[in-house]
Design a protein around this ligand. Structure first.
Ligand SMILES: CO[C@H](O)c1c[n+]2c([nH]1)[C@H](O)[C@@H](O)[C@H](O)[C@H]2CO
Length: 444
């Protein structure tokens, strides 16, 4: 049978995040996070749903690790809840919180699954938010101390470390558009948060280089998407260039080039005046870039739009999130990032889709998810053939979980999570993905 073989040692994993799967939000000394506060604020999430219980991964992780092992996964990307380690964001360590992640890493290693640890996937301790959150530079210092604590506790048992998950989403959706925690609608604030998150990333990488684990690697995960103009008109091309600067290059340029991209005056003036030392720190070299890819953006010149940019509504094959299924975008993005930013290594740290999954007689047949993953993996394979140092792929997500403001209404998982019982049921895509991982090849 025709197949696309991947390089030996390629990582096949799934991804989750603490607030989306763990639950147990009051257990073993965990402090409140900004997502506890936000999800409990009326009107912020679908039907007021919260991550209080989520998938109860905090207690069910042994079963979940067993599912990963049965799927033949050799990697698992998860995030640590900062408020479990420092309930107040700083100060004395909560040992019980640290012990949970030690148990999780033990379970993964016991099944030969490489941990890939994200230090920050949006669940900032609420106590720090009350001191200004990411608008306060000190938060970045506390983040580096939190990172250092984990480096010491887990060290080389975690081969891959990610400082931040999608700082653009944390900054812009959380502080400019108000759709995510902490729920502000203040653009200048959001641009200060962009800079402070990048400083936090730099401090955490410096701490890693200074006395972190020797054989492990550190990087950052960015949400990236190709931006295309709706037409060949010059105005649409300019809109696409601006959208690319504001979404992709806003983080790629500081991290890999040590400077922000040219931005419109209003946007630029909202960024704090960065000193050369700060840009040096932000661009402390990383070992890899994590790419979260879901879809492309198509934009047009629109005087009513933000900075004159209008998003063209996606058409064609759409997921439950309304995102266009556009596998070619993954190839285009990987090639662009490789040629323009030259990361030493790249991982697809998230790629996946929500579809209207239904369980019937204990079965979940999800052919669209199988097609989605097969098409994206074929583009990833082509990118490797074109020279991109792609070392692994993490499907989002291991299981259906708390999809932020959408609550549990969007199912991305390979495992269907039964409401109420939280029983995990393999979707057909889980069995398909297991075959891919075990063969290290995609059947065509
Ligand atoms: C445009 O999609 C973003 O890159 C993106 C999509 N996703 C993400 N970022 C987040 O990293 C996850 O926590 C979400 O659950 C996941 C699915 O929505």
């Amino acid at each position: 049978m025709a197949e696309l073989r991947f390089p030996d040692g390629f990582l096949w994993g799934t991804a989750t995040a603490s607030y989306q799967v763990e639950g147990a939000v009051r257990e073993d000394g965990r402090g409140e996070s900004i997502w506890d506060r936000f999800s409990h604020t009326p009107g912020k999430t679908f039907e007021g749903q919260t991550g209080d219980v989520a998938c109860d991964h905090y207690h069910r992780y042994p079963e979940d690790v067993e599912h990963m092992a049965r799927m033949g996964m050799n990697a698992y990307r998860f995030s640590v809840a900062w408020p479990r380690i420092f309930p107040e964001g700083k100060g004395p360590v909560n040992q019980k919180g640290l012990d949970f992640y030690r148990r999780l890493v033990d379970a993964l290693q016991g099944r030969h699954i490489q941990p890939c640890l994200t230090l920050y996937h949006w669940d900032l301790p609420q106590a720090l938010q009350e001191k200004g959150g990411w608008d306060n530079r000190d938060t970045g210092r506390y983040f580096a101390e939190y990172a250092h604590t984990l480096y010491q506790a887990l060290g080389d048992r975690v081969p891959l470390w990610i400082t931040l998950n999608e700082p653009w989403v944390a900054a812009i959706l959380g502080h400019a558009f108000g759709q995510h925690a902490p729920g502000f609608g203040d653009f200048p604030l959001a641009m200060r948060v962009v800079h402070h998150l990048l400083l936090a990333h730099g401090w955490a990488v410096e701490a890693f280089r200074h006395d972190g684990p020797r054989r492990a690697q550190i990087g950052i995960t960015l949400n990236l998407s190709p931006v295309e103009p709706a037409t060949g008109k010059e105005a649409d091309g300019q809109a696409a260039d601006l959208a690319d600067r504001f979404t992709n290059r806003l983080f790629l340029d500081p991290i890999f080039r040590g400077a922000y991209p040219e931005l419109p005056d209003l946007m630029r003036s909202a960024l704090p005046q960065a000193t050369p030392e700060e840009m040096e720190r932000i661009s402390t070299p990383v070992d890899f870039l994590g790419v979260n890819y879901y879809t492309r953006q198509v934009v047009e010149a629109d005087p009513q739009g933000l900075y004159g940019v209008g998003m063209v509504p996606a058409r064609g094959d759409l997921t439950e999130m309304g995102w266009e299924v556009y596998p070619q975008g993954l190839y285009d993005l990987l090639i662009r990032v490789h040629r323009e930013y030259h990361p030493q290594a790249v991982y697809v740290t998230e790629n996946g889709a929500a579809f209207a999954d239904e369980i019937q007689d204990g079965e979940v047949d999800d052919p669209r998810r199988i097609a989605y993953v097969r098409e994206h993996l074929s583009r990833a394979h082509a990118a490797i053939g074109a020279g991109v140092p792609l070392k692994g792929y993490f499907y989002w997500s291991l299981m259906d979980n708390f999809e932020w403001a959408f609550g549990y209404s969007k199912r991305f998982g390979l495992l269907y999570v039964v409401p109420g019982s939280l029983e995990r049921v393999w979707k057909r895509s889980a069995r398909w993905y297991a075959q891919v991982a075990q063969a290290n090849a995609v059947p065509l």
